[in-house]
Design a protein around this ligand. Structure first.
Ligand code: GLN
Length: 536
């Protein structure tokens, strides 16, 4: 029988529920349990696909093409197992399902209400992954903070679920903050007490409290929290700020969070968790033997969460190369032909980021011209790849005014163009080319060498594509289409001949990089940047 763990948050947002959930899952997985994590978000968007990255950070795409919350990226990076559209549910999706059923007549004669119809639909979704039989334990992270109006139906669903599941089958972990008052020189437990009181008002007694803190919480504080919040002393778990999120599983191991959970769920402790590979990764991460500076050229650089998966991919690939990757954010809007040299000076590699819309487009093209002409390693992802095609068209093939029809619908040379089947799409949500598609790599290409194979699948999120009418010209001039979708002939990878590393990918490799499997293109890009750094 599947056991269920719910993770709620109190006091403030941004306590890192996603990282705690992923870390706990990692420990349980390392003991031999089959674990998955799902996130329930209280906002009304059907999915985060239509949200500006400034609002909600990066949109993470799953194998099956769901546009999801960036926490799913953490789940995959920690667990090295893919998630799916069932792993991220929003209020919008819940209501949409209920309203669709109402229109079908499923509730005829009944008043459709938050309780029981919305809460029933939430509980049904909480069970979906557990009922596949693929998991021993399902962790459900409830987005938002307890007490928010939006979260209420989810909290009520958790209460009902826990009650129905019975003791030992479901538990609630509540994440709270223990602030340090510098003036008083003290850690304060009152916000935690209040937060637990609020949960109690909703009928939920948390089983475990994970306390985020900047200072160690001593036994007295633990006792106080335990007494006032009705939890065992070993269920008060300290979660200190860590220098890297990848330390958190080991911190939770030290606090015995996994053992407390297993005991409460009446599950065997099985083996000691096997974290050898994880520790090996951490060892490399913390003891780099070299350093590279890589420029990340994009338009959302003010908010690093917008490029979460790219940043994490650099961490994985850096550790693999025993090299510290210093990522320098470069706002593409500020790049001009005049200042590109100055802004990009001293970089050992440049990644041009994915993105949408015209802002910063010309700056990205300038960055690419600079690195192409100066033999600096280049990696373009999605829009970054499309920009490399535009740049090459304009400056090498002499296609004056070449562009993507996304930015310039009337360009004389639409080297990047919308696919036919996208042209009549009017809805914005969930209508891009999304999810996993196959790609054949040319033997001997840089991409094939990186992957060590010629048939791959990678995830997508875009509407525009390389325009194959120009394919022959590009190939003849040296920008090789080294990755092609075998089913429809679309160009997936381009790379430049006679350049140390110039690779553009139409797909998003950053979505598949994990601690256990750093992405090969990132590994080789970092290696090329390192080689460049050593020579220059
Ligand atoms: N805007 C481009 C497209 O839709 C690229 C998208 C992206 O970088 N994810 O094709």
């Amino acid at each position: 029988m599947t056991k269920y763990i719910f993770v709620t948050g109190g006091v403030t947002s941004s306590l890192g529920k996603g990282i705690i959930s992923a870390s706990l899952a990692k420990l349980l997985q390392a003991r031999g349990y089959r674990v998955t994590i799902q996130k329930f978000d209280p906002y009304i968007n059907i999915d985060p696909g239509t949200l500006n990255p400034y609002e909600h950070g990066e949109c993470y795409v799953t194998e099956d093409g769901a546009e999801t919350d960036l926490d799913l990226g953490h789940y995959e990076r920690f667990l090295n197992t893919p998630t799916s559209k069932a792993n991220n549910i929003t209020t919008g999706r819940i209501y949409q399902n209920v309203i669709n059923r109402e229109r079908e007549g499923a509730f005829l004669g009944k008043t459709v209400q938050v309780v029981p119809h919305i809460t029933d639909e939430i509980k049904r979704n909480m069970r979906i992954l557990g009922e596949t039989g693929d998991y021993d334990i399902v962790i459900t992270e409830i987005g938002g903070t307890v007490g928010d109006i939006e979260s209420l139906p989810f909290v009520e669903a958790v209460r009902q679920f826990k009650w129905e599941a019975g003791p030992g089958n479901a538990l609630v972990i509540h994440l709270t903050l223990i602030p340090f008052l510098a003036a008083a020189g003290e850690l304060k437990t009152k916000p935690t007490q209040h937060s637990v009181k609020m949960l109690l008002e909703y009928g939920i007694q948390p089983d475990i409290l994970v306390c985020r803190t900047e200072h160690h919480i001593n036994m007295d504080i633990r006792k106080k929290i335990a007494l006032f919040c009705n939890v065992n002393i070993n269920a008060v778990v300290e979660s200190m700020d860590a220098s890297t999120i990848y330390d958190v599983p080991l911190l939770m191991l030290k606090e015995k969070l996994d053992q407390t959970v297993l005991t409460k769920l009446k599950l065997s402790h099985k083996n000691e968790p096997n974290l050898d590979n994880w520790k090996d990764f951490l060892g490399r991460l913390k003891n780099p033997t070299s350093e590279v500076r890589i420029g990340l050229v994009g338009k959302y650089v003010e908010l690093p969460d917008a490029y979460k998966s790219i940043i994490e991919s650099f961490i994985h690939a850096g550790a693999k190369n025993e090299c510290k990757v210093k990522v320098q954010y470069i706002p593409s809007e500020q790049l001009t032909p005049e200042n590109a040299v100055e802004k990009l000076r001293g970089l050992h590699g440049v990644l041009v980021a994915p993105g949408f819309g015209e802002r910063g487009f010309e700056g990205k093209i300038e960055a690419i011209r600079y690195v192409r002409e100066n033999n600096i390693p280049f990696f373009g992802i999605c829009l970054g790849m499309q920009c490399s095609v535009v740049e090459f068209g304009r400056n090498v093939l002499g296609l004056k005014g070449a562009s993507s029809t996304e930015m310039h619908p009337d360009t004389p040379h639409p080297v990047i163009d919308m696919m036919e089947d996208q042209k009549n799409v009017v809805n914005k949500g969930g209508t891009m080319r999304l999810g996993s598609y196959p790609c054949d790599l040319k033997k001997g290409s840089k991409a094939a060498l990186a992957y060590g194979k010629t048939h791959i699948t990678e995830r997508h999120r875009h509407r525009f594509e390389f325009n194959n009418q120009y394919l022959k010209d590009y190939e003849a001039a040296g920008l090789t289409p080294s990755g092609i979708n075998p089913e429809n002939g679309l160009v997936e990878v381009v790379e430049l001949k006679n350049h140390p590393f110039f690779v553009g990918a139409q797909f998003h490799p950053e979505l598949k990089s994990t601690v256990a499997n750093p992405h090969p293109l990132f590994i080789n890009f970092v290696a090329a940047s390192l080689a460049y750094a050593r020579k220059n």
